[in-house]
Structure formats: C-alpha cells, structure tokens
Ligand binder design. Structure first.
Ligand SMILES: [Zn+2]
Length: 119
C-alpha cells in the first residue's frame, strides 16, 4: 500500500510545524551550538522511534522472522544471513510488527523499491 502523500494544505501545516520546532530548538539552544545540536538530535531520534520503533525491538523481530522464514529471503527464496537482511514493512504506517513485516535481502528490497518507483 502506498504511503499517504500530504496535500498542498497539509504540506503548509507540516512546514509551519517544522518552522515552529526549529524556532524552539534555537530558543532552547541559545548561543550554545552544542546544546542546540543535542536538542535537535534528541527530537530527531524520538520521532524516528515513533515511526520505526526502537532498534532493540527491530533486532529481536528480525531474528524471529529469520527463524520463521528458515533463514531464507521472503522475496527470492534464497538463503540469507541474518546480518545481510532487512525488514520490509507491508504498510509503513502499521510499523514493524510481526504481521506487517517480512525479512528480505537488501538487494531484493532495493529492486522492490525501484519497481514501485520509490528510488
Ligand atoms: Zn532475496
């Protein structure tokens, strides 16, 4: 399923929110560039977790999927080392859950993304 794209009006809202966040980061950081950077990094990290979950949970899920798929890529069916695998979400909005993901080769992921016009 394709991800929702923001309408022109929604894009304006998103850019306003981004401007607000940047202004607040500037205020909180003040003249301290390292503090501004630390606030920026913290917000970026937490928003990333909101979308992708925490890394430890994804690592655990990867291992479970790898065992469940008998160490094989869900796309091409070839054997796949755990370290050379990526979690592919069916619907990005539904997150990294057992039912919404499959484990595939990075190359197979890239080919899929290219076929869908995402790259
Ligand atoms: Zn594959």
């Amino acid at each position: 399923m394709a991800n929702k794209r923001l309408s022109a009006e929604e894009l304006v809202n998103a850019n306003e929110l981004l401007s607000y966040i940047r202004k607040r980061l500037d205020e909180l950081g003040g003249a301290d560039r390292k503090l501004r950077f630390a606030y920026n990094r913290k917000i970026t990290k937490e928003l990333g977790y909101d979308e992708r979950g925490k890394p430890m949970a994804r690592r655990k899920l990867k291992k479970e999927k790898w065992k469940e798929q008998n160490h094989r890529c869900a796309e091409c069916g070839e054997e796949m080392p755990l370290a050379y695998s990526v979690l592919d979400r069916q619907n990005a909005v539904d997150g990294y859950t057992k039912n919404n993901t499959r484990l595939i080769h990075p190359d197979c992921d890239y080919k899929n993304q290219a076929a869908k016009g995402y790259t």
